[in-house]
Write a protein that binds this ligand. Sequence first.
Ligand SMILES: [Zn+2]
Ligand SMILES: [Zn+2]
Length: 255
Amino acid sequence: MTGRRTRDHIIGGARRLFQWLWPSVCTVCRAQPSMPDNPYFCAQCWRTMPHLSRPWCPRCGLPFASSAALLYSPTHLCSACRDREPPFERARSAVAYDGVAASAIHLMKYQRRRLLARSLGALLLPLLEELGPVDGVVPVPLHVQRLREREFNQALALAQVVCRETGWPLWWNLLERTRPTQAQVGLDAAERRRNVRQAFLVRDVEPVEGRRILLIDDVMTTGSTVHECARVLTRAGAGPVQALTVARQIRPGSA
Ligand SMILES: [Zn+2]
Ligand SMILES: [Zn+2]
């Protein structure tokens, strides 16, 4: 514990020195960032993050435009969940994939601003009270080829934040992406589903059986990746799978 505190102290000191020597500016407004651990955004811009809130679909967390549906039935599901029953028990996302959230995720993922995983992962913590207890946390894996290009798995970095906070075990290599799927950007829902079909494998079935699993990813777009991972885990005998993503793409009229 003391060793960890000393290490955090040294890392914090080195980071402050680095920032003093090479001051960074907020990606949006060029003001000086003021949040510890986040040299890329100022607190004011970070607060503009479009947080998602109730009323939402109790199953997949998609916000409803009005609470009217839930007045009649508190278990009213969105049309997507009614059309195709999700393989997960519950999914929630912290913010809409837009504005500061989209640029922060983009910076973390494609420009290797790994430090942002801490601030983005912290957005998941208030959502934990939405979930039931879990036995283990599973990040959505990258294919080894993509991992080499990107040098780190953003979903794993986000899952680490949750596990540090909760003490839940991190099952970081339980799921494997067995083939390099095409980037989902620009594909429609059916193409995305086809793209991730049979792309994941549970490496070891034994620890999964009957266990409640929390799946973590950075963005949920049409939900095809989260669906496929939850499907594979459930098929391997997992107990209920719940899913958290930092951001969710909300298309007009999707509620
Ligand atoms: Zn700013
Ligand atoms: Zn739904």
